[in-house]
Write a protein that binds this ligand. Structure first.
Ligand SMILES: Cc1cc2nc3c(=O)[nH]c(=O)nc-3n(C[C@H](O)[C@H](O)[C@H](O)COP(=O)(O)OP(=O)(O)OC[C@H]3O[C@@H](n4cnc5c(N)ncnc54)[C@H](O)[C@@H]3O)c2cc1C
Length: 541
């Protein structure tokens, strides 16, 4: 996947594209794959890097959403379970089955959740993972040796999927590119172009060169996540707000806090939220929150109360609670929730997706979740084909393999997320043995991966490598800062940048990554803040 090639194709296109997609997160990239697979001429522009927005900041679950079952939203659960099954088959190198235990501290919790999860199993049908079952207290502790044992009565184990969100985004960009789409990062939509009253393309700015140019298209899809209203207002200054922002944060802890391969799911915290502690890339990801915010940000930061909430709950459900110095990273993401204007809080807003076509023909898609990106893409491309006036064809992505698809187990564990590309990366490293060196002793990545990412995955800068192509930023933010000069040198070597560029890159990355570390001693978490060891009897509130 090559940026110059894509950019040149976009800039010099003689004909309007059938479909132009703005936004390179799960939604936009999925749409690019779906549209290109149907044979349409497709371009996608992303203002920053692929998955820079919400799509690299999820809980990393491919799930039906047990909690939507509780809300009675069966159709949403059914659709997500179907998509969970498809994604497991279409990207097996990135998605795998994960066992979740719901620990019970009251006698009725086991049977209560057990029955609900049997319904969940049934809804998944043929695409189901392993069935759920009740656990004794002993079995619960065997699966989660670090679970808080006091008052524990037993548990229920069920299965869902887990994945690497940013890696899947990169693979979707590659899939679209392989199929013939012109896909580029660092290219921002700065205006909408109209012919009469009808949308006929966009004005784009190459964020690297600063050059602005027009892209003509028969239909334009606004897939900009929490930014959709900004684009809608370029189309229509008076457009009503469509999206409400809800922030969710996660903390990342060393694996010793959850040493097995089973996750913990807390279906109802004291204030009614769902909380996960999930083993991921030899770390533990704990979250999340649901905090309504008045505005959006491309680089959101955890609020103090969110940090305290997650830390205190980690302390409550783990026998040995974490303290600040255990936290390897903290990251925040923003959900684009469709605001119907009636909900009292963001947790009550729809997680379903919405497609809206403006009177001028701008197609906006938002909401949904990573798990359902393929179905969202199918629906929006059906709509875009009508707007573009091109011949309608059916989506072909239900059984389509994502770039990197392989069923083979990759020998080198750090290369597993590359799937079928792992062989080529191994060869690259073998040809230049210095590239086998690690980026940092505390990180699992080799230097050769960076070279591969620049050459084939459109990594353009240090952040692209450390935040999304590798997951160094969220596996260990401090170590990633220490690795930045080496990464800058490797990227510069590939792209022909000088020492001044490298120095700027290291400074920029360091400033960014500091936001993922607990740096302010005044706001450090002290266990007593969250009353973390409140006895389980008080848990369900
Ligand atoms: C805390 C949290 C946890 C979650 N956990 C899960 C989970 O475990 N499983 C799950 O299925 N879902 C989960 N989700 C939901 C899922 O992450 C989102 O639904 C999904 O990532 C949204 O993708 P998107 O493409 O719509 O938005 P984004 O990923 O935000 O993509 C939009 C893109 O548009 C770009 N853009 C904006 N303006 C412009 C412009 N003018 N020009 C060009 N590009 C532009 C942005 O830079 C951005 O990259 C979670 C969400 C949150 C917040």
């Amino acid at each position: 996947m090559n940026r110059s090639t894509s950019l040149e194709r976009i800039r010099s296109a003689a004909e309007p594209f059938d479909i132009l997609i703005v936004g390179g997160g799960a939604t936009g990239l999925g749409a690019a794959v779906d549209a290109t697979a149907r044979g349409y001429r497709v371009a996608l522009i992303e203002q920053h890097d692929f998955a820079k927005g919400t799509s690299s900041r999820s809980t990393k679950l491919v799930h039906g959403g047990v909690r939507y079952l509780k809300q009675g939203n069966i159709s949403l659960v059914l659709e997500a379970l179907r998509e969970r099954g498809r994604l497991t088959q279409n990207a097996p190198h990135l998605v795998h089955d994960l066992a979740f235990v719901i620990p019970s501290y009251k006698w009725w919790e086991g049977p209560f959740y057990g029955i609900g999860l049997k319904v969940y199993d049934q809804l998944a049908g043929k695409l189901g993972l392993k069935p759920s079952r009740m656990l004794s207290r002993r079995e619960t502790i065997r699966l989660i040796p670090t679970v808080e044992p006091e008052h524990l009565t037993g548990g229920v184990v069920y299965h869902d999927g887990q994945f690497d969100d940013a890696r899947l985004a990169v693979n979707l960009a590659q899939t679209a590119y392989d199929l013939g789409a012109a896909v580029t990062n660092y290219c921002r939509c700065v205006d909408i172009v109209k012919k009469g009253d009808i949308v006929a393309g966009v004005v784009a700015r190459d964020q690297e060169s600063g050059e602005e140019f027009k892209i003509r298209a028969r239909s334009v899809i606004n897939a900009t996540g929490v930014f959709v209203d900004d684009l809608r207002r370029l189309d229509d200054k008076a457009a009503r707000r469509l999206v409400a922002v809800s922030q969710g944060i996660h903390i990342v802890l060393p694996k010793s806090f959850l040493p097995g391969s089973t996750a913990i799911m807390i279906p109802k915290t004291a204030d009614g939220r769902v909380l996960f502690a999930v083993p991921w890339h030899d770390r533990v990801v704990v979250g999340t929150t649901d905090t309504p915010l008045p505005g959006h940000s491309l680089e959101p930061r955890a609020l103090d109360e969110e940090r305290d909430f997650v830390m205190s709950h980690a302390c409550r459900y783990l026998a040995k609670g974490p303290v600040d110095s255990d936290v390897l990273s903290i990251f925040a993401g923003q959900r684009p929730l469709v605001d119907t204007g009636n909900a009292a809080n963001t947790a009550a807003l729809s997680r379903d997706h919405t497609i809206l076509v403006s009177p001028s023909g701008l197609i906006t898609i938002t909401g949904g979740k990573w798990t359902t990106y393929r179905k969202m893409a199918e629906d929006v491309i059906d709509q875009a084909a009508t707007v573009a006036g091109v011949e309608g064809t059916r989506s072909r992505t239900e059984d389509m393999h994502v770039h990197g698809w392989t069923l083979a187990k990759i020998r080198e564990k750090n290369l597993q997320p590359y799937g079928s590309d792992a062989v080529k990366i191994s060869e690259l490293i073998k040809a230049t043995p210095a590239l086998s060196q690690k980026l940092h002793p505390a990180l699992p990545y080799q230097q050769g991966e960076v070279v591969w990412q620049v050459r084939h995955e459109m990594a353009r800068c240090v952040e692209d490598v450390l935040a999304r192509r590798t997951r160094a930023l969220i596996l260990n933010a401090r170590a990633s800062i220490e690795a930045a000069p080496l990464v800058a040198r490797l990227v510069a070597g590939e792209l022909g940048h000088d020492a001044a560029w490298q120095a700027r890159q290291v400074a920029d990355y360091t400033a960014l990554a500091r936001g993922y570390v607990f740096t302010d001693p005044a706001s450090h978490f002290r266990p007593e803040q969250g009353d973390p060891k409140r006895r389980p009897a008080a848990r369900a509130g």
